[in-house]
Design a protein around this ligand. Structure first.
Ligand SMILES: [Zn+2]
Length: 328
């Protein structure tokens, strides 16, 4: 099986309907009516036909799903469930965005969140050898104050598995500069940022300038700006590309217009991500299948996506070398 890496995935976005219902049941909670699609296979949200509207409505549905979590065990279970499933698809490494804010909203502390995800990670790793790291993630539309609080929690509770920072949510809420103090306060961690998804190429420029990051969540709309593309190629920029997410959230109308192939051929350090697999009816295995079936990636090119992922992963050098040995 081709070794794979999921370089862009949000923990609560992995919560498949079955485990979400199970956790809601044991916590005595009901799923919000209409949250689950009629098929029962994935979650759904309102779609007003625009990328911005779809993103915000999706963010609300995401919060509703995450809202059934209550305990350290819940976080351990969803982390294990996700890692166990993707290990079965050949995934050797996952980088998972976690959110202090989502834990706080259900009455857990940040250390409890870390306790849960660590336990889930350790169980999955013991069983399958899958490796993972966590990114402490600011939710942009929750505002600067909450981001600063999440940054302080991250700083005050250093953890060997939490190796990076991310900012997600509504790309059109506030500015990257507004969150520089949060990135600074969180400590010396690796940095990525969602940019160039709902917002245009200027957002990639702004994220680069604000955080000096070389990795970007999505970055796909950089394709609209030729000069920016040249800068990003020269920089060795690493876009975490999530094709199914982009399709569902209408960033591009079809595979043909999606820049995955153009990014790869231009020499960007492209890797793949499932983003929120329970919402976008996908998995990291399916994202590799899509690259092969819709973008003509051969096996050696698919392997190169994983090589790019491991090269740009937020891990220590021993772990990187260990993962590289598993690439064959
Ligand atoms: Zn994302």
């Amino acid at each position: 099986m081709l070794p794979k890496a999921d370089m862009h995935v949000h923990l609560e976005g992995t919560m498949a309907p079955d485990i979400t219902k199970r956790i809601a049941d044991r916590n005595g909670l009901q799923l919000k009516p209409g949250l689950l699609a009629a098929s029962g296979a994935h979650f759904q949200w309102e779609d007003d036909g625009t990328a911005q509207g779809a993103l915000m409505s999706f963010c609300n549905a995401y919060d509703d799903v995450a809202g059934v979590l209550r305990t350290v065990d819940d976080y351990a279970d969803i982390t294990y469930d996700y890692l166990h499933r993707v290990a079965g698809e050949g995934c050797i490494y996952a980088e998972i965005s976690i959110s202090a804010d989502h834990a706080l909203q259900v009455g857990l502390t940040y250390p409890q969140l870390l306790e849960g995800v660590t336990r889930g990670y350790e169980k999955a790793k013991q069983e399958s050898g899958i490796e993972a790291r966590f990114l402490s993630t600011f939710v942009r539309h929750y505002g600067v104050e909450k981001a600063l609080n999440a940054a302080k929690l991250t700083h005050d509770n250093p953890h060997p598995l939490v190796t990076g920072l991310n900012i997600a949510g509504d790309e059109n809420a506030l500015t990257f500069d507004d969150f520089i103090p949060a990135y600074e306060a969180a400590g010396a961690l690796h940095r990525t940022a969602h940019a160039g998804e709902a917002a245009g190429p200027e957002s990639v420029r702004a994220a680069r300038k604000a955080y000096s990051c070389k990795r970007f969540g999505h970055m796909v709309r950089a394709i609209e700006d030729e000069n920016l593309m040249k800068e990003l190629i020269a920089l060795g920029a690493a876009p975490e590309v999530c094709v199914s997410s982009n399709m569902v959230l209408k960033v591009f109308p079809d595979y043909k217009s999606h820049p995955l192939r153009r990014f790869f051929d231009a020499g960007l350090k492209v890797s793949l991500g499932s983003d929120d697999p329970a919402f976008f009816s996908t998995s990291i295995g399916q994202e590799y299948d899509i690259a092969r079936d819709h973008f003509g990636f051969h096996d050696d090119e698919l392997l190169q996506l994983t090589k790019n992922a491991i090269e740009t992963a937020f891990v220590d050098e021993d772990t990187r070398a260990d993962l590289q040995r598993r690439l064959g």
